[in-house]
Write a protein that binds this ligand. Structure first.
Ligand SMILES: [Zn+2]
Length: 219
């Protein structure tokens, strides 16, 4: 076995999703994959940024709220710069008749963390690297006009056609389902659900064909 991202020597393990996404009493059989030095690069600040965002999201369950009150608030107290970065651009919006706040987010950072989790889950489940260029999509992040982006629209269609059979030993914090498209092992979609609310889909760039895992693809 080699690294979940490349064929280099294994020096460490990576958690997928990062351990910090799980409350301390909800860490049964967390998923880990082998990793080389390069792909064990510390992305804990990115992980923390994304974890905070998701726990602040309006669709979270009680576990999300617990994570928000125990981890996210602490994280912002420890790092006022992170709080500033997370909340500096805000808009007031009306959501289902209630006035609330929407934040402009660092989408590249969210994508990087999501791709990393996706490559690791694929490797964990199929014992090989996911040789696809991945695109992350969610209907839970909106454009400045508070609409879905183009991938968000695609996801709304996919949601109607697929009933997920979720895996994951801590489903209140995280669960996931791969969707097979044909008999090519790499042609799959991945549906991930954080705190039983915040859903992210991972699809792939069909035109790119077979290619090694890549975290920093910009779309
Ligand atoms: Zn590697």
């Amino acid at each position: 076995m080699s690294c979940y991202m490349c064929d280099k020597e294994i020096v460490s393990v990576e958690h997928a999703p990062p351990k910090s996404f799980f409350p301390s009493d909800m860490r049964n059989n967390l998923i880990t994959v082998d990793s080389c030095q390069k792909h064990n690069e510390d992305t804990s600040l990115d992980d923390e940024y994304v974890r905070n965002l998701i726990t602040m999201h309006i669709y979270g369950n009680a576990t999300a709220y617990e994570q928000f009150s125990e981890k996210t608030i602490k994280s912002f107290k420890r790092s006022p710069a992170l709080l500033q970065h997370t909340t500096e651009k805000q808009h007031s919006v009306n959501f289902n008749g209630a006035q609330t706040v929407a934040f402009e987010i660092d989408r590249d950072r969210v994508d990087l963390v999501m791709r990393k989790i996706a490559y690791a889950l694929f490797y964990h489940k199929y014992n090989q690297r996911w040789l696809r260029k991945l695109i992350t999509a969610t209907t839970y992040l909106k454009t400045p006009e508070f609409k879905n982006d183009e991938f968000g629209q695609l996801i709304e269609e996919l949601q109607r056609d697929h009933t997920p059979v979720y895996e994951g030993n801590n489903p209140d914090a995280f669960k996931f389902a791969f969707i097979e498209l044909d008999d090519n092992i790499y042609n799959k979609y991945l549906r991930m659900k954080f705190y039983d609310g915040f859903e992210v889909w991972v699809i792939f760039d069909e035109d790119a064909g077979d290619c090694e895992p890549e975290l920093n693809t910009i779309y």
